[in-house]
Design a protein around this ligand. Structure first.
Ligand code: AMP
Ligand code: GLY
Length: 424
């Protein structure tokens, strides 16, 4: 099978790494890829949201399956356009990709299907949003409606901070039209976890649980990032919670959409808050998480290509998905300055040595190859990943590998895994 993977992050590197280990994938292309992906797939110089360019490439090269990593092309309708052209896609159609593309759409669908989520109000004028904020007070959660590269959520501690957030989203339009509407919702308390399912719209199969670490510094301090590390499984997701999430979140969502004639195909990601009243949904994503994928897929025993093709073809009921019992941790190495403006073009040393540490895998994110060397090119640069018989040994293994890696200004969290270890 010839597979095209769209994207360029650590998530896509992990997907391609897993695909390349199976029997089904004979040839893998990645558009546009990065400095690490180039070793296991053929890079194609087409941007992830250039849908006409991707379509042209897929047709000319007779691609059997296109796997879409990031949300932007899905929200733009890549699955619909490819499907109309007779091409198979792992990733949902536009009408359901709006679960991530519009938080207002997503919250309204959750409300309609009775899925537990924070109480919310929607505002399309800054005056009304300001008035409501002054009435309710802080802490509260303010979210830009549309895509904002993971930066559209503000949790102000004071009314003043909240008013500033409303101004920057709705008046200054820092996220463009994504800020035409905002949601203001109750602040939930608890521990967060990520639960993902594979689905073809009929059969729903959960992946192993995972937990992301959004803040830049240890002990969840400092500003939010795209994610600084993850582990799988997440002990906070007990069997009971998993069942509850299937019964109260995923089945109502996927079967509810189906009843409306909207077939969800691909992976559906629920960011959950474990509250006193059970798991509540913070957000839906219509793609794999990054860096969760880097910690989940190394534990997958089955051929990922079989699973993805079955999701696209509607035959997921025929597939048996098996997992390793081990634990896995992925630690993100980021550039100096991230999550704000960051440094680039720093040479990275020690990649080979790191890869030799107890079978560690170094997934590349913001890297590029130049003259046989690898340089930083993004905020999140690498996801250093190790398995272990339990979370403690995964932690020992992963930090031995991280210690091998050096680039100027490298920052990383030293506590990925601790939350799970402390629960045991
Ligand atoms: P989202 O993009 O909706 O996942 O939001 C990003 C992050 O903001 C989440 O991972 C949470 O840490 C936090 N967050 C979002 N919604 C809420 C909420 N209602 N209560 C508390 N924290 C939230
Ligand atoms: N790790 C958070 C996300 O992928 O949205």
């Amino acid at each position: 099978m010839k597979i095209l993977v769209v994207g360029s992050g650590g998530r896509e590197h992990a997907i391609i790494w897993k695909l390349s280990q199976g029997k089904k994938a004979e040839k893998i292309f990645c558009a546009p890829g990065n400095g690490g992906i180039k070793d296991i797939a053929e890079l194609v110089d087409i941007k992830a949201d250039d849908i006409p360019g991707l379509l042209d490439f897929a047709k000319k090269n007779k691609i059997d399956l296109t796997v879409v990593g990031p949300e932007a092309p899905l929200v733009k309708g890549i699955a619909d356009i490819f499907c109309k052209n007779g091409l198979k896609v792992f990733g949902p159609f536009k009408d359901v990709a709006m679960l991530e593309g519009s938080k207002v759409f997503s919250k309204n669908v959750m409300k309609k299907f009775g899925i537990a989520t924070a109480d919310f109000r929607v505002f399309d004028s800054p005056e009304a949003a300001r008035k409501y904020l002054k009435e309710t007070g802080a802490p509260i959660v303010i979210k830009a409606d549309g895509l904002a590269a993971g930066k559209g959520v503000v949790i102000p501690k004071t009314i003043e901070e909240g008013l500033n957030a409303i101004d920057s989203i709705m008046v200054e339009k820092v996220f463009g039209d994504s800020g035409n509407k905002v949601i203001i919702e109750d602040c939930l308390e608890g521990e967060e976890a990520s639960l993902l399912v594979f689905t073809d719209g009929k059969t729903i199969v959960p992946l192993e649980s995972s937990q992301d670490h959004k803040r830049i510094f240890d002990n969840d301090k400092g500003p939010n990032t795209g994610g600084m590390g993850a582990y799988s499984p997440a002990p906070v997701v007990t069997e009971g919670i998993m069942e509850e999430a299937m019964k109260n979140v995923f089945r109502p969502m996927i079967y509810g959409l189906r009843k409306e004639g909207k077939i969800y195909k691909g992976v559906l990601y629920a960011g959950l808050m474990m509250t006193e009243n059970g798991p509540m949904v913070l957000e839906f994503n219509v793609r794999f998480g990054d860096p969760e994928t880097q910690a989940i897929l190394p534990r997958l025993k089955s051929d990922l290509a079989d699973i993805m093709l079955a999701c696209a073809e509607g035959t997921l009921d025929k597939i048996d998905i098996k997992w390793e019992k081990s634990s896995c941790i992925s630690v993100v190495c980021a550039s100096k300055g991230y999550p704000d403006e960051y440094e680039k073009d720093k040479e990275i040393f020690g990649l080979e040595e790191a890869g030799k540490m107890n079978g560690a895998i170094v997934f590349h994110a913001g890297t590029k190859a130049k003259n046989g060397k690898i340089f930083t090119s993004g905020g999140r640069v690498l996801g250093v990943t190790s398995l272990g018989k339990d979370i403690k040994s995964a932690k020992t293994n992963v930090y031995k590998a991280v210690d091998c890696i050096k680039f100027e200004g490298m920052q990383y969290r030293k506590d990925i895994g601790d939350k799970a270890i402390n629960k045991k």
